[in-house]
Write a protein that binds this ligand. Structure first.
Ligand code: SF4
Length: 264
């Protein structure tokens, strides 16, 4: 059944029928703050209904489906953070794709951007296999975690500022829960870079007064207690960038190698 009911057997579904549901931005703040573990947090993220426009869109896409996926069940719910519990690297995208993550229930899974991204992560030792096609396919992130700044697929891939703000407490709480083990954060694209700043500050990382503009390979050290977490920009692995050579395999691999502390 599309969208997939919580706790109905979808691989890696973090939620159950009893998971509390946020119905507006204030309830997102409340439930994110109350989540003491990643398991609690991701369960709440994956049933959130705080943004009416996005709930309507993600569920409509899940029912109407693209012709090439007409025989599939679509997830049709928010895409929770996924990966290692104590990651050294956090990878942040903007939002799931309507027929990618919104279909498969896992971030960067089932679309061309994800094909590019996971191939690179596998080459540098951060993903168990080179492909990411569906939940339960055997893929596993190694020392890494992935999140979307906005957890529901938006129309035309463009969330509104209010939707970005509503979703930010999920992001900041997830960053706070993993910050102790982090070495680096890679922002995929300028929109993710922009969406990250407020969440980083709320999560307790010291951010510069003047936020550096996004660029591929730009690095910003962020103090977290006695540690330093490095924010790194990477062009988004969208077909527009990869088909045109704006982002090459070498450029992608190099960002992840640097993020894990390897010398160029
Ligand atoms: S975008 Fe975020 S805040 Fe809005 S409904 Fe989806 S999960 Fe909830």
């Amino acid at each position: 059944m599309s969208p997939v009911p919580p706790g109905s057997g979808w691989p890696d579904d973090p939620s159950s029928p009893d998971t509390p549901v946020a119905h507006d931005a204030a309830e997102v703040v409340e439930l994110a703050r109350a989540s003491r573990t990643l398991a609690e947090l991701t369960a709440c993220e994956a049933v959130c209904r705080a943004c009416p426009r996005l709930v309507e869109w993600r569920e409509r896409v899940a029912v109407e489906r693209r012709r090439s996926f007409a025989g599939e069940t679509y997830w049709g719910r928010p895409i929770a953070g996924w990966g290692a519990e104590h990651p050294r690297l956090l990878i942040v995208g903007l939002a799931p794709a309507a027929h990618g993550g919104n279909r498969t229930g896992r971030i960067f899974t089932g679309d061309r951007s994800g094909d590019w991204l996971f191939a690179s992560l596998h080459r540098v030792g951060l993903a168990a296999i080179p492909t990411s096609t569906r939940a339960g396919d055997g893929q596993r992130l190694i020392d890494a975690r992935m999140v979307a700044a906005v957890r529901c697929a938006p129309p035309a891939n463009k969330p509104e500022p209010a939707e970005r703000a509503a979703c930010s407490p999920w992001l900041s709480r997830e960053i706070a829960l993993v910050a102790g083990s982090l070495r680096s954060i890679v922002a995929l694209g300028g929109f993710a870079w922009q969406a990250l700043w407020p969440a980083l500050a709320v999560a307790g990382l010291e951010t510069p007064r003047r936020r550096p503009p996004f660029g591929h390979g730009v690095e910003v050290p962020l103090r977290y207690g006695d540690a330093v977490v490095t924010l790194i920009g990477c062009y988004h692995p969208s077909p527009q960038n990869t088909f045109t050579g704006v982002l090459t395999e070498e450029m992608t691999d190099e960002v992840f190698r640097r993020a894990m502390g390897e010398k160029p």
